[in-house]
Design a protein around this ligand. Structure first.
Ligand SMILES: Cc1cc2nc3c(=O)[nH]c(=O)nc-3n(C[C@H](O)[C@H](O)[C@H](O)COP(=O)(O)O)c2cc1C
Length: 189
């Protein structure tokens, strides 16, 4: 399977991208392919028109759309900002057609520097997944005190956190494979 990770903090000196790096490595170790779609690199402007109707699409948007289309499943990863996920994530998703996410497994990962882990951000992202007709994974990965959990390269600093990542990925890969197999066997419906 090919999995895209939407890393959605565009903040200078961001911390949550560490978790994207860690998940990318962990997915590859499980024998799948993964690509981080880094919204800080894409730098999409605020959406003025959706991609398929845009007279002059922003640079990188067609590539982003193609990367989403080519993925079997997605991870939406965001820091919690004011009780929700980043504006950059909503903006990027809004550019695309619902059909690009529909009937794909989508897991959510919420990250905070403080002790809470971003439950409200995660639940908000699950609502976004439903909004684009994705299959929201019920299990979420919440990463509190992120700088104590992962270093800048995405290496685990806190061995006790490994079980949380494994639990999330085990469930995510299970759902993604189930959905992906069903799509292969029955594309007509
Ligand atoms: C605009 C903004 C809003 C924030 N809101 C929350 C919040 O609602 N809950 C929380 O636990 N932390 C909140 N924080 C703290 C973030 O968890 C912390 O800054 C984290 O490092 C953000 O991820 P990033 O470094 O990848 O941007 C907020 C930070 C910013 C910049």
């Amino acid at each position: 399977m090919h999995i895209s990770i939407l890393s959605s903090s565009t903040r200078i000196d961001r911390l949550s991208h560490r978790v994207a790096l860690a998940l990318e490595k962990a997915i590859i170790e499980r024998g799948h392919t993964a690509r981080i779609l880094d919204l800080a690199s894409y730098k999409f402007p605020i959406m003025e028109e959706v991609l398929h109707r845009h007279p002059k699409p922003p640079a990188g948007l067609a590539d982003f759309s193609e990367a989403i289309r080519q993925s079997d499943a997605h991870i939406f990863l965001s820091p919690e900002y004011n009780g929700s996920y980043t504006a950059a994530l909503k903006n990027a998703v809004d550019y695309l057609k619902e059909s690009e996410f529909a009937r794909k497994a989508i897991g959510v990962v919420s990250v905070t520097s403080g002790p809470m882990g971003g439950m409200r951000g995660a639940i908000s992202m699950q609502q976004l997944v439903l909004g684009v007709s994705g299959f929201a994974l019920p299990q979420m990965l919440l990463v509190p005190q992120v700088s104590q959990k992962f270093d800048e390269q995405g290496n685990l600093l806190d061995p006790a956190f490994q079980s949380k990542t494994d639990f999330f990925l085990n469930n995510f890969i299970w759902l993604a494979e189930a959905v992906s197999e069903k799509k292969k066997s029955n594309t007509a419906e």
